[in-house]
Design a protein around this ligand. Structure first.
Ligand SMILES: [Zn+2]
Length: 346
């Protein structure tokens, strides 16, 4: 960071990152990332860190862009490990750049914001996503990118679809990217697009907390941090949608594949016996959700996210779920295991 202008802009980006990082409609746990380009250096959020900590902690890592972009162009697997491209002299904490670094490097704009916006995800899992987004964004230049694993596969798909003037990407089963020349313009664009994509959530009844405590018995299962999380189990449409599979990567990473739903009459002990392993969370239809005692802050955040996403999905829409192959490649992926470890998500 040589000039005062760049230092100010990076400081502005960190403030914006912390703001959006505190908004559960945009960011959950260590998800999402932001970046700023200065010359050939891309400052990007470090893998496994939380955007909400962007002001309190030093979470931005410098990456040298030209060799990384050449690796993407050659389809070189090296581009899937962006830590090899960090400027170590400017990275005293030795942090790894985000696994989504290539996505940021590919966008020509100076500032890129990638968020796991619940409004966007709720549309991006519907098979009719493109038509629904087109209705809402009008003549804005945007592109829909079908689901690919974050990292090099997603970057290659984006490289194929990018056209001059596109500053919004809707990532299938994943989230939203907006890009602009300044931090202020990026924030305005993010607000504009997320507002246009907003759909109301179906309202669910309150959870039955006494019944949940009784179902937990003497197990170490506990209530979710956010009361909003219960809605997935209470709203019949949300429950049906959640029960059918995994909708986006961070759900698989932090909660495990799919959702475990209790059968009538089953308490925690019975569900664990049936599953043979204790699931990260259990949905009790019409009653609410219980979380495993070992569930970390990331798992709690993603459990709430599931309620926020499913409550906005059109019950009549046909949905795209992650396939078994896609789920397995997330679970077995070294970069994700690193991110999980940093988050104590075990
Ligand atoms: Zn993402």
């Amino acid at each position: 960071m040589t000039s005062a202008v760049n230092a100010q802009e990076l400081s502005d980006l960190r403030s914006l990152s912390a703001r959006i990082g505190h908004n559960p409609d945009l960011i959950q746990a260590a998800g999402g990332n932001t970046s700023l380009k200065t010359g050939d250096t891309l400052w990007i959020k470090a893998s496994g860190t939380w955007l909400k900590d962007a002001v309190a902690e030093d979470i931005m890592v410098p990456v040298t862009m030209s060799p990384l972009l050449s690796a993407v162009q050659r389809r070189d697997q090296a581009a899937d490990e962006p830590q090899a491209f960090t400027d170590e002299a400017l990275n005293p904490r030795g942090l790894r750049p985000s696994i989504e670094t290539t996505v940021h490097a590919l966008m020509p704009h100076r500032v890129v914001l990638h968020v796991h916006c619940v409004q966007t995800i709720s549309l991006a899992v519907q098979a009719n996503c493109e038509a629904e987004v087109a209705k809402r964004l009008g003549d804005h230049r945007w592109a829909f990118v079908p689901y690919f694993r974050p990292g090099l596969p997603l970057a290659l798909a984006i490289a194929e679809l990018l056209r001059p003037g596109i500053d919004v990407l809707i990532l299938g089963n994943h989230g939203l990217v907006v890009a602009a020349e300044t931090v202020a313009e990026a924030e305005v664009l993010l607000r504009r697009i997320t507002t246009l994509l907003t759909r109301p959530a179906r309202r669910a009844r309150d959870p039955d907390l006494d019944a949940l405590r009784a179902l937990a018995g003497d197990s170490d299962y506990c209530l979710p941090t956010d009361i909003e999380a219960h809605a997935t189990a209470i709203d019949p449409e949300s429950l049906r949608i959640a029960q059918a599979g995994s909708l986006y990567p961070d759900h698989v990473i932090f909660l495990g594949p799919g959702s475990v739903v209790a059968n009538p009459g089953e308490d925690v002990a019975r569900v664990v016996e049936r599953c043979r392993v204790a699931p990260m969370s259990i949905l009790f239809p019409g009653i609410g959700v219980l979380m495993h005692g070992d569930a970390g802050a990331s798992a709690h955040a993603l459990q709430r996210c599931l309620a926020d996403v499913t409550a906005r999905i059109d019950p009549a829409a046909s949905l795209n779920y992650l396939t078994e192959v896609e789920t397995n490649e997330l679970v077995n992926w070294d970069a994700e295991q690193y991110r999980q470890k940093l988050n104590g998500a075990a």
